[in-house]
Design a protein around this ligand. Structure first.
Ligand code: ZN
Length: 695
């Protein structure tokens, strides 16, 4: 949209800009950060035609505009909200707004419509529409200046120092509005001294010092990359203000919350596979000895398998150890696998017990500390920073979920909003009022929220940038939908289970290709759920975990029932932590239909590729009197997909199922929204046949 090449500017003999290069893409919010006198205002004035550049070129929407007049620039679609607001004190709020579009000579009705839109965006201005601008507070004057610039419906909105002289709370409010403007598609160049605020509200950022661009990059990278942070924000994140270019440029008025948090990293210090394996062997030896000496149940199992603590000499000895299963947990109820004396335990958690007794796990303080660090690492991997506000919509109480999300969030220094599950109205109110930037829930709850946000038309009133969800399988189309309806949020699938601390055992990485799991806290194996033999890397099977540092209730080759596979080789994201595929289902979910093993997830992925189908479906399995099995698949049409397309969609879905699963299903299409949504896990498979033996 805007390209600046080699731009120079002079005031008389004094040079103010030295060969600036800059690039703004349509729809982006770009931050230009720098100290007083760095050249920020000069650059804006060059763009608005208020200062004539002495060299270089400005191209706006493909058209060279270097040296155009201010009136021409407004006509082309630029609007400036100037530093110091410059509102007309003796005119009313409404008349100030009118001036914003005066050059366009709009018909009265259009002018009124635009003013109404501005009042919707800035309700405070609406309440004061007849008040004289001079009587407004600083924050309200800033809103008025922005509203006036928006009256021209600019293609590119230039904001000069919007937070200057404003109280932190008012600054927060303004940046929320800037963020929302960005989400509604306005392209914005914001010039700011408050680097932290500008970075958290923008996509890309340029750092200007002494009339030159000295750094630039994606704002998010700058917020999470320690080196870039030091360059941009060093003045606030170290004791020496001159340590960074920003500090050296004299910019010391940055307000950065919780500065110490930024220096702490939860990413593992391990740098190679060899180092990881050495660490794992040490942890494995410790775990086997600890369990053998601390837990009579483990000792009996290990003795029966002919294993003593000294049997473990290398990681290759791992498959010799006996498997631990659900049954071991149930038999040991209420404190199964306990390997330390009671006085060392500080907490228990339990899983929901739908069948049989609940699984109860006990924790020492070190277990809780390790879990918190693992969870903090998940947040950090997803790019959560102390500037984030994390709305936690998972269960609190005896379940592990809420506690884990909460402790990890506070550990990385982000603001936790512990709402718990359900209560959609309150969730939505908090998303708007608190401007939460991260939403944590199950996949079903995220879908429910996404659809509600869409239904109520709130996508541009919320600021959610990341959805972290877990405990449940999610299809590709469900993910796509959640992301879209949340206004383009980035999705992160988080893994974990109560038996292994809780959620936070691994997370989808920013390259969204795999789940990285924390191999320095546990070893993951994949076994064939029928033969129980280990499977090679790359093959799908049941995930088996062995903890390396868990004190209260260590796990030795615990069968998780989750189906996944280990992905060999390094990840493009640069993390050396080992990785597995997103969970495909549970071995309990697998159903056998006419001799074919089917996971519900394979139905997910087939339906995902048929355009026009929704993400929700149900599978009904029945058996007729002749002993033949039947599968009925009820699928929703996509939102807004016309009913007359039903025959064509049925044909395509039926064809894909036959082709990929080699079975025939009776298909039924229903209206969008007619299958149940739930904030808990959604039941999709209803099997009323005599239960086949399930692996
Ligand atoms: Zn990765």
């Amino acid at each position: 949209m805007l390209k600046i090449t080699n731009l120079t500017a002079h005031y008389g003999a004094a040079q103010a800009l030295f060969g600036l290069n800059m690039h703004i893409t349509q729809g982006q919010t770009v931050a230009l950060v720098g100290a007083n006198g760095a050249g920020k205002s000069t650059l804006l004035k060059c763009l608005m035609g208020l200062v004539k550049p002495s060299g270089g070129e400005i191209v706006f929407q493909g058209q060279p505009v270097t040296g155009s007049s201010p009136a021409q620039m407004v006509q082309l679609g630029l609007a400036l909200s100037p530093e110091g607001r410059e509102v007309f004190a003796s005119l009313s709020v409404r008349d100030n707004l009118r001036l914003g579009a005066a050059a366009l000579k709009l018909p009265k009705s259009e002018e009124a419509r635009r003013i109404a839109t501005i009042f919707e965006r800035f309700p405070k201005l609406g309440q004061r529409k007849n008040q004289l601008a001079g009587t407004l507070s600083g924050g309200e004057q800033q809103m008025l200046a922005m509203g006036r610039a928006l009256m021209a419906q600019p293609r590119l909105l230039l904001l000069d120092e919007p937070s200057l002289g404003l109280a932190p709370r008012v600054t927060d409010e303004l940046f929320q509005i800037i963020h929302q403007l960005g989400r509604s598609g306005t392209t914005i160049l914001v010039v700011e001294q408050n680097a932290a605020r500008a970075l958290s509200a923008s996509d890309t950022a340029y750092l200007l010092a002494g009339g030159r661009i000295v750094e630039f990059g994606k704002s998010h990278d700058i917020l999470v990359d320690p080196a870039l942070r030091a360059a941009f924000l060093g003045a606030a994140s170290s004791d020496n203000p001159a340590a960074s270019r920003l500090g050296a440029a004299g910019l010391t008025n940055i307000r950065l919350e919780k500065p110490l948090m930024h220096t702490k990293t939860f990413i593992s210090a391990i740098t190679s596979e060899e180092e990881l394996h050495a660490h794992q062997l040490q942890g494995l030896k410790w775990t086997v000895r600890h369990a053998y000496e601390g837990s009579p149940a483990y000792r009996a199992k290990l003795d029966a398998a002919g294993i003593t603590p000294d049997s473990i000499q290398s990681l290759k000895d791992l498959p010799r150890l006996p498997l631990t299963s659900n049954d071991d947990l149930r038999e040991g109820y209420p404190f199964p696998l306990r390997s330390v004396p009671f006085e060392q335990l500080v907490r228990i958690h339990a899983s929901s017990g739908t069948t049989g007794k609940r699984k109860v796990l006990c924790y020492t303080q070190k277990d809780l500390d390790d879990w918190t660090d693992m969870f903090a690492r998940c947040y950090q991997t997803a790019g959560v920073t102390p500037l984030d506000r994390v709305q936690i919509a998972v269960g609190y109480g005896v379940w592990t979920a809420g506690m884990g999300f909460q402790l990890g969030c506070e550990k990385v220094g982000a603001l936790a909003i512990p709402v718990g599950p359900g209560n959609i109205d309150m969730q939505i109110q908090f998303l708007i009022d608190f401007q939460s930037t991260v939403f944590c829930s199950t996949a079903s709850m995220a879908l429910l929220m996404a659809e509600e946000i869409h239904k109520r038309g709130l996508a541009d009133k919320i600021s959610v940038q990341k959805v972290i969800y877990g405990s449940e399988r999610s299809s590709r189309s469900m993910r796509k939908k959640i992301s879209e309806l949340f206004g383009g949020a980035e999705l992160f699938d988080i893994t974990g289970l109560t038996e292994l601390y809780g959620p936070g055992a691994g997370i989808e990485c920013p390259d969204h290709d795999c789940i990285h799991y924390w191999g320095d806290y546990y070893i993951l194996e994949i076994i064939d759920p029928k033969t129980l033999e280990p499977l090679p890397h790359g093959q799908w099977g049941e995930m088996v975990v062995t903890s390396l540092a868990k004190e209260g209730a260590p796990l030795i080759r615990y069968r998780t029932r989750d189906i996944t596979r280990i992905i060999p080789g390094p990840c493009t994201c640069g993390s050396i932590m080992p990785r597995h595929s997103r969970i495909k289902g549970r071995s309990d979910d697998l159903f056998i239909f006419r001799g074919v093993n089917i996971y519900p997830s394979s139905i997910d992925s087939i339906l995902s590729v048929v355009p026009g189908l929704g993400s929700e479906y149900q599978i009904y399995l029945t058996r007729d009197n002749a002993g033949r099995d039947h599968m009925r698949l009820v699928v929703e049409r996509g939102e807004g997909v016309a009913g007359h397309r039903t025959p064509e969609l049925l044909h395509e879905a039926g064809y894909q199922i036959k082709r990929q699963l080699l079975v025939t299903a009776d298909l039924e299409l229903v209206d969008y929204g007619s299958l149940p949504r739930s904030e808990r896990k959604i039941q999709r498979v209803f099997d009323s046949r005599i239960q086949d033996e399930i692996v």
